[in-house]
Ligand binder design. Structure first.
Ligand SMILES: Nc1ncnc2c1ncn2[C@@H]1O[C@H](COP(=O)(O)OP(=O)(O)OP(=O)(O)O)[C@@H](O)[C@H]1O
Length: 669
């Protein structure tokens, strides 16, 4: 039988169909009439004819060499975020004698797993890591056809265009980019045709959905990081136009300065001019033609002003860029600044008062950078002494209200009867003994600025409704008065309580909670960001040495290790600050010993065995410094009576790893 004829025309296809009929085609079993072949297969065969593929082929081309392949896989974002899901599914695939693959947008296999025997058989058609399964390479097959059409497909036995693949059934589903919707690759399950199951297609479809969801989560994180960079630019270059562009150069955010500048120069708004002038395409072309650089200068004629582009990366993935428009009168300044900067640590002067470099504190700072640009209420959550007020002040200082007042009120420290007059003020003659001309309340004092309401969880229930009304109507009425006074105030509230719990307990109004909770930012307790402790110690030692005109003292290394790695800091930064102030005052010979610290800390340190037991866990072992690790190892081995298995268990490490550690840190049994 001549294969040449079979696919050259629709008639030929019918002949091909005959071949299927003689061989194996489940579609014929069910519909012996007119539609024996899936239309998707029919269309694919026609394409294969056009590509000039020889239907007698038995295998696809060889994969690229090891290094090239490693490079392809290493650069694949799809691979990075799919492997965990595929590994889970692989268990099922292996049991049912199937192979599971992930292919990139070119049809190249970048992940392959499954039953060893089946893998061996599949090698005959070059179904191996790195080989290409596009339609152009090997004709109709689920991987290539799914890529070509963008649909999930199952290709069964003789539906494959090439003879060498007729013993197989494969099911593939495309994975799309959650933002651009472009097909990034396909998930495929391949097995022997005799083991065919219609529901395999459902399985790959679900797998592709799960992976798309993971990619979506990542795209949200990318977007968050891009907006953080954007906020840093806005803060750093308040006189410049700043535009955030996504990975394919679409504008997603722009400051007022950029919008005004573009409108003045072009008479159109940013989005319109961007579309009309096809800037996206121009920038993509420019990006592709140039050497990969972190930042570069371009001239956009339509804006009539030089621009700088800063590429933004998350790990090694380019997630977007920031476009900085430089007005003609300050052409050189930002450019010089751009090149001098490290770009990654863009913190304004206000943040420099907040000591810390842990990821948790940096993430809180970034969130504050974003909310500072808006007028929505902010709720700061965190234990007492963790720095909520410091953050509230910083938000105020970087917002465009910084010229206005920052007014703080501790709702917990205020007697209930005085709360109303403190917040809303009173008119003359309201109380006996009150100030004669009446008095402004905190809201009026904070007009055009920020009102920080500390310990909001302590606010009496019946009073919350008044505050809610002010938040909604943006005006107050003084006690004893009747004229509404408009107030333009940004509210930052703070609490160490779990407000949701208070709402459930009926002591906090749900409507007030939701009004405050538009944006909540958590300031983590000090024990959860131990990276910050050494910085804070050094900062406070310097601060108090200078305050009391003493030489900079040294902290006993063992005490320092204990404070950094083990102590739980229930009073957070305030406790650390107060402890070190006391220590600087009382220490002798310039060395701070354990006796110079408060009793509570001394007691925990001397009760050595209990803190070792309580504090050491598999989760925090990795965070300890080397000298402290030795200390911990010694204590644990001692406590366990030399039982190394028990010690390894407590640390969550293997016995062999424990031996290595004991040797490394010089602990002898
Ligand atoms: N990251 C930090 N860097 C430097 N000082 C800090 C930091 N965090 C807090 N502090 C200092 O610790 C002290 C306590 O901080 P702050 O008053 O802001 O905490 P708080 O969470 O508002 O406490 P409370 O809930 O008890 O009112 C302040 O003196 C503050 O300056």
């Amino acid at each position: 039988m001549s294969w040449q004829l079979e696919t050259s025309s629709p008639r030929g296809l019918i002949k091909h169909r005959k071949l299927l009929e003689e061989n194996r085609c489940r579609f014929l079993d069910h519909s012996p009439g007119l539609q024996p072949i899936q239309p998707i297969v029919y269309d694919s065969w026609i394409r294969c004819r056009q590509f000039g593929i020889d239907p007698r082929r038995h295998q696809t081309e060889d994969p690229p060499n090891g290094a090239d392949l490693e490079n392809i896989i290493g650069c694949s974002i799809l691979h990075k975020y799919s492997t965990a899901t595929l590994n889970e599914l692989l268990i099922q695939a292996e049991k049912t004698k199937y192979l599971m693959t992930l292919c990139d947008a070119n049809g190249r296999i970048i992940y392959l797993g499954g039953d060893r025997q089946v893998k061996k058989q599949a090698e005959k058609m070059n179904f191996v890591l790195g080989s290409c399964w596009s339609e152009e390479a090997i004709g109709t097959n689920a991987i290539g056809t799914s890529l070509k059409t963008g649909y999930p497909v199952q290709i069964f036995s003789a539906e494959h265009f090439c003879e060498g693949i007729h013993d197989w059934v494969c099911s593939s589903s495309p994975v799309r980019d959650p933002v651009t919707k472009e097909v990034l690759g396909v998930i495929d399950i391949t097995g022997c045709w005799k083991e065919a199951q219609a529901h395999t297609l459902g399985l790959v479809f679900m797998a592709s959905r799960v992976i798309e969801h993971k990619l979506y989560e990542q795209s949200l994180l990318n977007r968050l990081q891009l907006l953080e960079s954007y906020s840093s630019f806005v803060l750093r270059y308040p006189q410049n136009g700043v535009i955030a562009l996504d990975a394919v150069f679409n504008p997603i955010e722009a400051n007022l300065c950029a919008r005004r500048l573009i409108h003045n120069l072009t008479g159109k708004d940013l989005e319109t001019i961007w579309k009309e002038q096809t800037f996206t395409a121009i920038l993509v072309k420019l990006h592709k033609s140039g050497q990969p650089q972190e930042d570069y200068k371009i001239f956009i004629e339509q804006f009539g002003t030089p621009c700088l582009i800063q590429e933004i990366y998350r790990g090694n993935q380019r997630i977007g860029s920031i476009l900085l428009l430089i007005p003609l009168d300050q052409r050189t300044t930002p450019s010089r600044a751009l090149h001098n900067d490290t770009w990654t640590k863009l913190q304004s002067a206000s943040w420099s008062k907040i000591v810390g470099k842990s990821s948790k504190i940096l993430s809180a700072i970034s969130q504050c950078n974003i909310v500072a640009q808006t007028n929505v209420p902010v709720l700061l959550l965190g234990e007492s002494g963790s720095g909520k007020e410091l953050f509230a002040k910083a938000i105020h200082e970087i917002s465009d209200r910084r010229e206005g007042p920052f007014v703080a009120l501790n709702c917990g420290a205020m007697p209930n009867e005085l709360l109303a007059s403190e917040l809303f003020g009173y008119d003359p003659g309201t109380f006996t003994g009150a100030v004669k001309g009446g008095r402004k309340g905190k809201f009026e004092e904070a007009h055009l600025g920020t009102l920080f309401l500390d310990e909001i969880g302590e606010m009496p229930l019946r009073f919350q409704v008044h505050l809610l009304r002010v938040l909604q109507e943006r005006e107050i009425v003084r006690l004893g008065g009747s004229t509404p006074i408009p107030v333009d105030v940004k509210i930052i509230a703070a609490t160490h309580h779990n407000l949701e719990q208070l709402v459930n307990d009926g002591v906090f109004r749900a409507d007030f909670y939701y009004r405050l909770h538009v944006v909540s930012i958590t300031i983590p307790p000090l024990r959860e960001r131990r990276d910050d402790i050494p910085l804070l110690i050094d900062h406070f030692l310097e601060q108090f040495a200078s305050k009391y005109s003493k030489p900079l003292p040294m902290l006993d290394p063992q005490v320092r290790d204990f404070l950094i790695n083990a102590y739980q800091w229930p009073g957070n930064v305030r406790e650390l600050q107060n402890s070190l102030e006391r220590a600087v005052l009382f220490c002798l010979n310039g060395i701070i010993a354990i006796e110079d610290l408060p009793q509570s800390i001394q007691k925990t340190l001397t009760d050595n065995s209990s803190w070792t037991r309580n504090i050491v866990s598999p989760a925090n072992w990795k965070e300890f410094t080397s000298s402290y690790k030795k200390e911990v190892l010694l204590n644990l081995v001692k406590e366990s009576g030399g039982n190394l298995s028990a010690t390894a268990r407590q640390l969550g490490i293997a016995r062999t790893t424990l031996y290595r550690h004991l040797e490394k840190y010089g602990v002898k049994k």
